[in-house]
Ligand binder design. Structure first.
Ligand code: GLP
Length: 249
C-alpha cells in the first residue's frame, strides 16, 4: 500500500492556491472529471481560488461533474445554512460550473423517501463512472461528511445522526435556530471507492484529528479509514500538521 502523501503549506491560502492550480491542470486534461466535493469552512479558500481562476484566467469548469459529500436533513435547499446554497453561491455560479452536472443529497426529501434517494445517489455516481477525485475536509472528531465515530467503513450514502460535537460547532452559524440532528452523507464505503482522495485540513483545531487519522486504522476516527486507500493526499497547513510525528512534519 502506498503511504499517504503529505503536503504541508505555510497557511491555508498557499495550500488552496496550489491545489486549485493542480485541479485546473487535471480538468484541462480531462474536462469531464468527476469530483467529490465538500462544504464547510475548509474548502472556502479553494473555491475562492477556483472562482478567481475562472474569472481572471479563463479556467473552464463547465463540463466537470460534481457529487457533494453531504447535506443536513431536513434542510430546505435555499436555507442560508444548506450545503446546497453554499455550493451554489461559493462555487457553482461564480466559477461557471454547469448546475445540471452538479449533484448534492437533498435535505428536502420526505423521511420515507430518504432510503430511495440515497440509493439513487449511489446509482448516479456509478453511472458517472465513479468519483475520480474525492475532496474532503475532516471534523475535529475525525469525521468525514457526517460519518461520525463508529460509522461503518463499508457504508453507502445514508441518513446519519450528527455527533453532539458536530452540532455544537455548527451552532454559531445557525444563530438561535436548532442545528439539525441528522444529515444525508456519502458513506465511508462510497468515499473509499473514489479513484483518489485529497483531504484538506487547516488550523490548530484539526491537528489532533489529523494525527489520529494518520496513526492507525480505528473506527473511533472515521478518517483513519483512508489508510486503506491507495491514493490519498493530505493537504495541510503547518498548524494542522503540528501533532504529526517528526518524520511527517
Ligand atoms: C462538517 C461537514 C463535513 C466537513 C467537516 C469540517 O460537519 N459535515 O463535511 O468536512 O464538518 O468542517 P469545517 O471545514 O467547517 O471545519
Amino acid at each position: 500500500m502506498r503511504p499517504p502523501e503529505l503536503l504541508i503549506y505555510p497557511d491555508a491560502q498557499a495550500g488552496a492556491t496550489a491545489f486549485a492550480t493542480e485541479l485546473r491542470l487535471r480538468v484541462a486534461a480531462d474536462p469531464e472529471l468527476t469530483l467529490g466535493l465538500p462544504t464547510g469552512g475548509t474548502p472556502r479558500a479553494l473555491y475562492a481560488e477556483m472562482v478567481r481562476l475562472h474569472r481572471e484566467e479563463g479556467a473552464d469548469w463547465s463540463r466537470v461533474r460534481g457529487f457533494n459529500l453531504d447535506e443536513y436533513w431536513p434542510m430546505a435547499a435555499d436555507d442560508p445554512q444548506s450545503f446546497a446554497r453554499f455550493m451554489r453561491e461559493r462555487l457553482i455560479e461564480p466559477a461557471g460550473f454547469d448546475p445540471g452536472r452538479m449533484r448534492i443529497p437533498s435535505g428536502e426529501v420526505a423521511e420515507d423517501a430518504v432510503a430511495a434517494h440515497c440509493a439513487a445517489y449511489e446509482e448516479e455516481i456509478a453511472a458517472a463512472g465513479g468519483v475520480a477525485l474525492q475532496i474532503l475536509g475532516i471534523g475535529v472528531n475525525g469525521h468525514l461528511g457526517f460519518n461520525e465515530p463508529g460509522a461503518a467503513w463499508d457504508g453507502r450514502t445514508h441518513l446519519a445522526a450528527l455527533a453532539p460535537s458536530t452540532r455544537a460547532r455548527a451552532q454559531a452559524a445557525f444563530a438561535g435556530r436548532e442545528v439539525p440532528h441528522r444529515g444525508i452523507t456519502m458513506g465511508l464505503g462510497t468515499i473509499l471507492d473514489a479513484g483518489s482522495v485529497v483531504v484538506m485540513a487547516f488550523g490548530a483545531d484539526k491537528a489532533e484529528a489529523v494525527a489520529r487519522a494518520l496513526a492507525e486504522p480505528s473506527p473511533a476516527c472515521p478518517a483513519s479509514c483512508l489508510l486503506q486507500h491507495p491514493r490519498v493526499t493530505w493537504l495541510l497547513d503547518r498548524a494542522a500538521a503540528a501533532e504529526l510525528p517528526d518524520a511527517h512534519a
